[in-house]
Design a protein around this ligand. Structure first.
Ligand SMILES: [Zn+2]
Length: 446
């Protein structure tokens, strides 16, 4: 292979570059007084650290070049750009850019594969990396952002294939539909999705950016891309990843976004996304998506869904696999959560829900109230199930249970305990028959 997999992964993971780092932001993450390591005047390093494209172009005067695909562009960046000239260093050894180096201890070498590397020979620094890693480190940015910077500075482009151009046009047309037609021509649909349109627009942006990675993203469905909920939450400035997944579910339900099932994900993309996620040291929920063209037929389906939804509204709180499954049936639930699939939706979960309800109602029948802890103990002991699983299931089905049996969950306090004659230690939350018609009360508990 001519390119390093992890660099491609990084590029794929982070293709949203619609939000460039501001120079001040990146400057803030740099080591203090980095320029002192290289002597007072290295305009190259300053310009790289600042992301000053214009200055860098003046320094290198790049001719620009077009490549047929991402791999060849990538090879050009790591092998053909003169790293020495790029960093503005000279001599076989020079003072390291990444630590306070008194004696020149850094050099540049070319690997057998033809890739140019920076290497610091100092034992306590030891920085080693190709041009992208150098930019990443100097700028304090991600690998993908470093790649973009290089691409921009050296005017490197990927020739757009007819397929990619066609896909991009469809996506641009989708954007037009969303911004100009949706509210006026499809008001029912608009009403249901308007809170999620910013997210959808971001995702269309990712799809458009991904079009140049055709080798990885091309499928019969169109461009298949992936995004982690963590990343989307960050881009949208939402604290909760769960909120993102509920927004995504709503968009999928309304046919404006498609979740791609495991077997439809292009093999390379799948492999790389999984590696990439584990390489980041945290596992965030990754979704694989494609954006269907918003044809008249598609929008008719979307409107149909909007009406279905208005007949059986599903609160955001209940908008989980379980919620969709219970409200709209298994086909729609699987469409929205293809990764859960047949195997996982299980009679088991159904069974647990049933047991939870049964235990709760039995306790209420006997004592007039039920304590969450006792319900969980009873269900997990009786069936030797892991407590955590039962607890999760309890939370998922709580809302539905409260609704269907006209119950409420309340936090015990002293007066309430006295009034209801409850004699248990402490002040846990209890489930009891609803005292008044106050459906919001249950909502406050989560
Ligand atoms: Zn060093």
């Amino acid at each position: 292979m001519r390119y390093r997999v992890q660099d491609l992964e990084a590029a794929l993971a982070d293709v949203t570059l619609s939000m460039p780092r501001s120079p001040t932001e990146s400057f803030g993450t740099l080591p203090v007084a980095y320029t002192s390591y290289t002597g007072p005047n290295n305009p190259h390093i300053e310009a790289i650290a600042d992301g000053n494209i214009n200055l860098l172009q003046t320094l290198y005067n790049p001719a620009g070049e077009t490549f047929p695909d991402y791999s060849s562009l990538y090879e050009h960046i790591t092998c053909k750009i003169d790293l020495r000239a790029f960093l503005g260093v000279s001599g076989s050894k020079f003072r390291c850019l990444f630590h306070n180096d008194r004696n020149p201890s850094a050099s540049i070498f070319t690997s057998k594969a033809g890739e140019q590397f920076y290497k610091c020979h100092s034992s306590h620094c030891g920085f080693r990396g190709n041009i992208r890693r150098c930019v990443e480190k100097l700028r304090g940015c991600t690998s993908a952002q470093a790649g973009r910077l290089l691409q921009e500075v050296f005017r490197l482009r990927i020739e757009e294939s007819p397929w990619a151009a066609g896909q991009r046009q469809l996506l641009e047309e989708n954007r037009r539909v969303l911004t100009t037609d949706l509210e006026s021509l499809y008001p029912d649909l608009y009403k249901n999705v308007r809170r999620d349109l910013v997210l959808l627009d971001q995702m269309i942006g990712i799809a458009i950016e991904s079009s140049e990675l055709e080798e990885f993203v091309r499928s019969d469905l169109g461009i298949v891309f992936f995004a982690s909920n963590r990343h989307l939450a960050k881009v949208l400035n939402i604290g909760q990843h769960r909120t993102v997944s509920k927004k995504i579910a709503n968009l999928c339900f309304h046919r404006l976004l498609t979740k791609v099932s495991q077997e439809q994900i292009p093999a390379d993309l799948l492999q790389r996304s999984l590696k990439c996620n584990s390489a980041k040291g945290h596992s965030s929920t990754i979704g694989y998506y494609c954006i269907p063209p918003y044809t008249d037929d598609r929008l008719d389906e979307a409107v149909e869904r909007a009406r279905l939804y208005q007949n059986c509204p599903l609160s955001r709180r209940a908008a989980t696999y379980e919620g969709y499954y219970r409200t709209f049936g298994v086909d729609i639930a699987r469409e929205i959560y293809p990764q859960i699939g047949e195997r996982d939706h299980h009679p088991d979960a159904e069974d647990r829900t049933f047991q939870i309800q049964e235990a709760t109602m039995a306790m209420i029948g006997e004592y007039g109230y039920a304590v969450e802890r006792e319900i969980l103990d009873q269900v997990s002991q009786g069936k030797k199930l892991v407590y955590g699983i039962v607890k999760t299931q309890f939370k998922r089905s709580l809302h539905e249970m409260l609704q269907s049996y006209n119950l409420e969950m309340v936090q015990l306090n002293k007066p309430l305990k006295e009034r209801l004659g409850i004699e248990i230690p402490g002040y846990p939350r209890i489930i009891m028959p609803r005292r008044q018609d106050d459906s919001e009360q249950a909502d406050e508990m989560d």
